[in-house]
Every structure is written in structure tokens, then in C-alpha cells.
Design a protein around this ligand. Structure first.
Ligand code: NAP
Length: 309
């Protein structure tokens, strides 16, 4: 029995050696060299081509190479009966928190304005409020949002978060469900999106939502590109209702050269790098789950396929 691996980053020899350290009897095959599809017991992948996973009739478990699993559900033939696990990892959370804190501080301290001023050789001082007077709101308080929220609170920010279920996080105000979204938004000056991409959250960052934020609010989106309606953001920035945005993820990646986002003076862009799972940590996590699956145990970080995350 074998594991089929698929990723756009080709490091086949590294993965073979790394997995052998943890599960010596595991045969690794690299897509598209599948061999007999009936031999495939496990799949470790990101953006597997549509229809491929459904060919493997003896799959015991599927593992995502990252925290997100929306890439699986784009495939209408995805075998929903097979247990699916994703990456939840302290280092991945810490890396995302670095990104969030970096850009919250940039927004808080008006760095974009100083970048423009530097290009024009303008020496002009602006006075941001203290962190204790700044309201940061996080959409999604899961593995990543929770970590970022705690860290921002420890820096003194007034932090709130919105999730499906209520959370108890020290110094973080928790809002839950559609009924509390408007109240959450009305108090947020810097909005961070760390939601998973599902049918319910696609397009959530739209004109309606932006209108509910206070004048001058800003956005940081390291969630997923399709959370954002890009035209609505541009309108909100151009009207002056929103002050700036930092975007890491896009509906089309790489971001096309003709996208107006590239050259918008109030937008900062990073190329989907907010937090990338370290392969050695993913390998160790997947190995644990292979052993669990072979023993008939529930997987670690198993995804609720019906909920979509
Ligand atoms: P997670 O642990 O599954 O957390 C998701 C959070 O979103 C939970 O708090 C959940 O609420 C909330 N949520 C989901 N659907 C909701 C809805 N309809 N209404 C309100 N709240 C909702 O996910 P995670 O590990 O934190 O990762 C979040 C996302 O970050 C990933 O899915 C991925 O898209 C993105 N990501 C991006 C990068 C990057 O480099 N840019 C890297 C890693 C991950 P409950 O807690 O109540 O269930």
C-alpha cells in the first residue's frame, strides 16, 4: 500500500527521505506516477487535479499540505467519506501571528503615509493613538485567529473576534454568529480576516461589510482571496471610507499583471506568504496520522467535511 503525494513544489526526494524517517514501510508515489490506483492508501496534497482523488478506491485518509482545505472542495468528485486532516501547528500559528502583528502595526502607525511622504521627501509628523485606544477585530478565532488575538492583546490593543461559536480568550471580546457580526464590525478600526473559505464565507469582505466599519478602518486579508470582493474594496478605499489594505491572498494567484490592486496607492500586496507550513513539521504530523489511521483511530485535526473547515 502507498501514499500519493501532489504539490506544485517539487521536492520528491526530500519527502521520500523525510517520511521514511517516521514511517519506514511507507511507499511514496508522486503524482502523476500513480501506478495501480488501488494501491493508494493515503494522499498528501494541495490542489490535486480535479477527479484524481476519486480514482483511489482504497483511500484510508487524505492529508492537506496546509491549514486550508477549500482546495479539496472545489473538486465535485472529492470523496467526502474519507477522513480528511489539515495542518494545525504551533509554528504555523506563530508565523501567521508575525504577519498579522507586522501589518497591524503598519496600519496602526500609519506606515503607508510615511512611505508616500518619503517618496515625496516630505517631513510631516502624524500622531497615532496608543495601542490601548486602537480596536483590532479578527474574523475567525480558530487555530490562527486565536493565536494572533492573544498576541495583539498582549501588545495592548483592544482586540475582538468573530467566530461561529463564542470563545473565552483572556482580554479578547468574543462575538459569535451572524446575529453579532454588525455589532462586532461597528467597533473595528483594523480588520483581519482569518476565516476559512467556505460557501458561507465566500465574498464576506464586500461593500455591505465595509459600510458597517467605522470611517477610516483598514483591512488585512491573509485568509483566502475569494473572501474579498476586490472591486468593493477599491471603491471603499477610493471613497475614503477605508484608509488602506494589506492583501496576501487573491481570487486568482499569481495576481494577474493587469490587476488594479498592484498599483493602488492604498494597497500593499504580499504573494501568499503570510504563513507557510514547514515541510518537516507537516511530515511529522502526517506520520502520526498515518499511524492513527492504520490503528483505526480518529485523525488529529480532522476536518468536518459537512461544515467545510
Ligand atoms: P480554523 O482553526 O478552522 O478556524 C476557523 C475560524 O473561523 C473558527 O473560529 C470558526 O468558528 C470561524 N468560522 C468559520 N466559518 C464561520 C462562519 N460562517 N461564521 C463565523 N465564523 C466562522 O482555521 P485556521 O487554522 O485558523 O485557518 C484559517 C484560514 O487561514 C485557513 O482556512 C486558510 O484559508 C488561511 N490560511 C492562510 C495562510 C496564508 O499564508 N495566507 C496560511 C494558513 C492558513 P468556530 O471556532 O466557532 O468553529
Amino acid at each position: 500500500m502507498a501514499l500519493i503525494f501532489h504539490s506544485s513544489i517539487k521536492r520528491d526526494d526530500w519527502w521520500r527521505a523525510e517520511m521514511a524517517k517516521h514511517v519506514p514501510d511507507l511507499e511514496m508515489r508522486f503524482h502523476p506516477d500513480v501506478g495501480n490506483p488501488d494501491d493508494i492508501e493515503f494522499a498528501l496534497c494541495f490542489n490535486m487535479p480535479e477527479g484524481e482523488l476519486a480514482r483511489f478506491k482504497n483511500l484510508k485518509a487524505i492529508f492537506s499540505l496546509g491549514a486550508g482545505v477549500d482546495h479539496f472542495f472545489k473538486d465535485p468528485t472529492f470523496p467526502k467519506h474519507v477522513p480528511l486532516a489539515r495542518v494545525v501547528d504551533d509554528e504555523l500559528s506563530a508565523r501567521m501571528t508575525e504577519y498579522v502583528v507586522q501589518h497591524v502595526l503598519n496600519h496602526h502607525r500609519d506606515q503607508l503615509t510615511y512611505d508616500h511622504q518619503q517618496r515625496q521627501k516630505v517631513w510631516k509628523v502624524h500622531h497615532p493613538p496608543a495601542a490601548t485606544a486602537r480596536k483590532v477585530g479578527i474574523l475567525g478565532l480558530g487555530a490562527l485567529g486565536n493565536h494572533a488575538a492573544k498576541t495583539l492583546a498582549s501588545l495592548g490593543f483592544q482586540v475582538s473576534g468573530w467566530s461561529r461559536s463564542k470563545k473565552e480568550i483572556p482580554s479578547v471580546k468574543s462575538y459569535a454568529g451572524a446575529g453579532e457580526l454588525d455589532q462586532f464590525l461597528s467597533e473595528v478600526e483594523i480588520l483581519v480576516c482569518l476565516l476559512p473559505l467556505t460557501e458561507e464565507t465566500e465574498g464576506i469582505l464586500n461593500a455591505d461589510l465595509f459600510a458597517k466599519l467605522p470611517e477610516g478602518a483598514s483591512l488585512i486579508n491573509p485568509g483566502r482571496g475569494p473572501h474579498l470582493v476586490e472591486e468593493d474594496l477599491i471603491k471603499a478605499l477610493d471613497s475614503g471610507h477605508m484608509s488602506c489594505a494589506t492583501l496576501d491572498v487573491f481570487r486568482t494567484e499569481p495576481l494577474p499583471e493587469d490587476s488594479p490592486l498592484w498599483s493602488h496607492e492604498k494597497i500593499r500586496i504580499t504573494p501568499h506568504v503570510a504563513s507557510i507550513a514547514a515541510p518537516n513539521r507537516v511530515a511529522a504530523l502526517v506520520a502520526q496520522n498515518i499511524i492513527r489511521a492504520r490503528n483505526g483511530e480518529k485523525l488529529l485535526n480532522q476536518v468536518d467535511v459537512d461544515r467545510g473547515y
